[in-house]
Design a protein around this ligand. Structure first.
Ligand SMILES: [Zn+2]
Ligand SMILES: [Zn+2]
Length: 444
């Protein structure tokens, strides 16, 4: 108890708490109260950090200032920081005796879009993406994750008498283009540094703050990019008999490809095919000579993915063949795998989170979105990703009743309520990590 009080003295909140020693199950209610008190003391700095990150977002692999800011924060907490891992990523290590290595990951990057929240700390930033100038905004909440990451690191250092082992806090670039995790792994994340025993990450989502949601097993979807070029023969819009119309081929394909999902795949299995971009032609009276399409393919299971890919390719070739056009160019770009939450890691975290959050901890269906946090599990690290809510509970309830949902991730209006959101994240992540250290210390 004495050691614990001294280590969290900054919060001056722990005078009446008693704690069980390291080798017994963690005392969640006491720890939660201590974390919340300490959070109150830490929050002004975290608020400033969050709003600064929010106002100055950077795109994938351009997160130079963001990474430098986080590196400075972590060094100030006593972490040993290595920068430029996987281009703009960083690794922060804190050794605290013999024990497992636990990884906590945040993302660094923002999105190429304009923020329209009207908040006084809204982003007005611009950057160049694929040769074009664009607005940049933290509309996925990665700024929340970064504030949470720094806050959790501070909390765990403050609680270092409660655990033994190594903290491996990584800040990953380029999550939005699902390339950053792989870039860090290819740059020796698990060879230059120790391969962690467990890994955790969280994502800010659309629900009410104070809530934590999670899944066992599949947590998010596998993503593949789809690129198709249909080639036709251009000519006059009034003389279609001399042309092969690629707009017609593309239109047929866009409709027919949905039958791969609705008629060929097992209806009880998840899959989505979305064609999100189509480019062809310039004016109404010219039949263009090609049409290009871009889409996304989401699945949970490899067998379903294989079925979809085969079906999409077949439908594309058939659409071209119907018009007697040349075979189309089809490219399926592998994105990232589904996140798989390890049942044992989840079971340990679940115990701590249940004691802290009660019925505000809920099991939910897997996200249909994708996440390259899956790369770390793919590299053999048992891991867990969970979600935290971001809006006021009343605001959330009113929106649910009205039938108009509040703006979610990637909306220009996405606007988490910072303090309670970050508090939920830090409390949940700190307890999940402490639970994992404790479980390991007691020999599982
Ligand atoms: Zn996102
Ligand atoms: Zn995200």
């Amino acid at each position: 108890m004495k050691r614990f009080v001294r280590s969290l003295l900054v919060s001056s909140a722990l005078t009446v708490l008693t704690f069980t020693p390291v080798h017994a199950e963690i005392d969640v209610p006491a720890l939660k109260a201590a974390i919340e008190k300490s959070f109150e003391a830490d929050y002004p700095k975290l608020d400033a950090l969050y709003k600064d990150l929010h106002a100055h977002p950077e795109l994938a692999f351009q997160e130079v200032k963001t990474a430098a800011r986080l590196a400075a924060e972590m060094r100030a907490l006593g972490f040993e920081v290595t920068e430029k891992v996987g281009r703009t990523g960083l690794v922060a290590i804190y050794n605290n005796g013999d024990g497992p290595t636990i990884m906590v990951r945040t993302e660094l990057d923002a999105l190429p879009m304009e923020e329209k929240t009207g908040l006084d700390y809204a982003s007005k930033a611009k950057a160049v993406s694929f040769g074009k100038e664009t607005f940049v905004a933290h509309s996925c909440g990665h700024d929340i994750h970064m504030a949470n990451w720094v806050g959790t690191a501070k909390m765990l250092v403050g609680l270092k008498d409660q655990w033994k082992g190594t903290l491996m806090f990584i800040a990953q670039p380029a999550e939005e283009i699902v390339q950053g995790a792989r870039a860090m792994l290819e740059d020796g994340l698990f060879t230059r540094f120790k391969k962690p025993d467990f890994a955790f990450a969280l994502h800010a989502g659309g629900g009410p703050y104070g809530n934590v949601t999670y899944r066992v097993g599949v947590g998010s979807s596998n993503v593949d990019g789809l690129f198709i070029r249909f080639r036709g023969r251009g000519g006059h819009g009034a003389m279609p008999q001399f042309t092969i119309d690629p707009v017609m081929i593309a239109a047929r394909f866009i409709v027919d490809v949905q039958t791969v999902v609705s008629r060929e795949k097992d209806p009880t299995e998840f899959a989505v095919v979305t064609i999100g971009a189509i480019q062809s032609g310039t004016v109404g009276n010219i039949i263009p000579d090609e049409a290009t399409l871009q889409g996304t393919i989401r699945t949970f299971k490899p067998a379903v993915r294989a079925k979809l890919v085969a079906g999409i390719e077949r439908v594309a070739r058939a659409a071209a063949a119907m018009s007697d056009a040349p075979a189309p160019d089809i490219r399926i770009a592998e994105g990232t795998k589904a996140v798989i939450n390890d049942p044992a890691v989840v079971a340990t975290a679940e115990k701590a989170l249940k004691a802290a959050f009660g019925d505000k901890l809920r099991l939910t269906p897997a996200n249909t979105t994708s996440e390259d946090f899956s790369e770390f599990a793919g590299a053999g690290v048992p891991s867990m990703m969970f979600n935290i809510g971001v809006y006021g509970p009343e605001q959330w309830l009113a929106a649910s009743k009205s039938g108009t949902p509040l703006p979610g991730n990637h909306s220009p209006l996405f606007a988490p309520v910072p303090k309670p959101t970050i508090q939920t994240g830090i409390t949940a992540m700190t307890l999940a990590v402490l639970g994992a250290f404790d479980q390991h210390a007691r020999g599982k």
